[in-house]
Design a protein around this ligand. Sequence first.
Ligand code: IPE
Ligand code: IPE
Ligand code: MG
Length: 250
Amino acid sequence: MISSEDLKTKPIPKHVAIIMDGNGRWAKQRNKPRIEGHTQGATALRSVLEGCIETGIEYLTVYAFSIENWHRSPVEVGGLMNLFIKSCHTEIDNLNRNNIRFRAIGKLDMLDSECYQELKRTEEKTKNNEALQLVVALSYGSRWEIAHAAKQIAKAAEEHRLNSEQVDEQLFANYLSTHFMPDPDLLIRTSGEYRISNYLLWQLAYTELYFTDVLWPDFSKEELYKAIADYQTRERRFGKTSEQIYDVSK
Ligand code: IPE
Ligand code: IPE
Ligand code: MG
């Protein structure tokens, strides 16, 4: 088994993003209702958080519920909302004990007020923690986020708070809900699906991608370590050549 000490001899990704997929299939394989897959998924996340702390990852952004997921059945959506509320309650001590700051990003005004209040309360109660930032993307869609940023920029221009000449990549990124983090270094998607599904489209421009067949409820700290070990074999060139990366004089 890979240990965190082994991993720490090489660069650790600062920001890991995860598309936590496969909960429904995990439940189906066991003839259980889908919500049981989601509940088990919350346990997997706890193990991954432990792995992040042990390796020194600074930001973990997890896709918990997409804007498109609102189209699922009311039973599943209601079950997920209850799970988010319950998890905020049960995990708060764990977050504080491990010095983890919690944040939610997404179109949060679509949530019912109980869920919204609970998320805000968890953000408030963990705001001074600094070992790791756990960012939960919830009611999140990247196209929504980008359109929303464009709208805010247009509004600022209309109100003469900025002019069009100032709009560049950095300014645009500052209007996204991820403005407080660097872009992800590593993206993990579970359950054997090879797509992005409207997640962090802007931010993933140069992220290393890792796909695994493991269903999210079976994912764990050990699986995270495998993904990090794989990441450590990659050469990140950002458009340059290999020679330029290794020899700064070129
Ligand atoms: C991911 O698991 C969690 C959410 C999208 C809320 P799924 O519920 O999509 O599980 P599968 O893909 O149907 O197995
Ligand atoms: C992406 O999974 C969203 C989350 C994991 C929250 P989906 O299961 O909704 O994605 P598609 O529909 O298979 O692309
Ligand atoms: Mg899915």
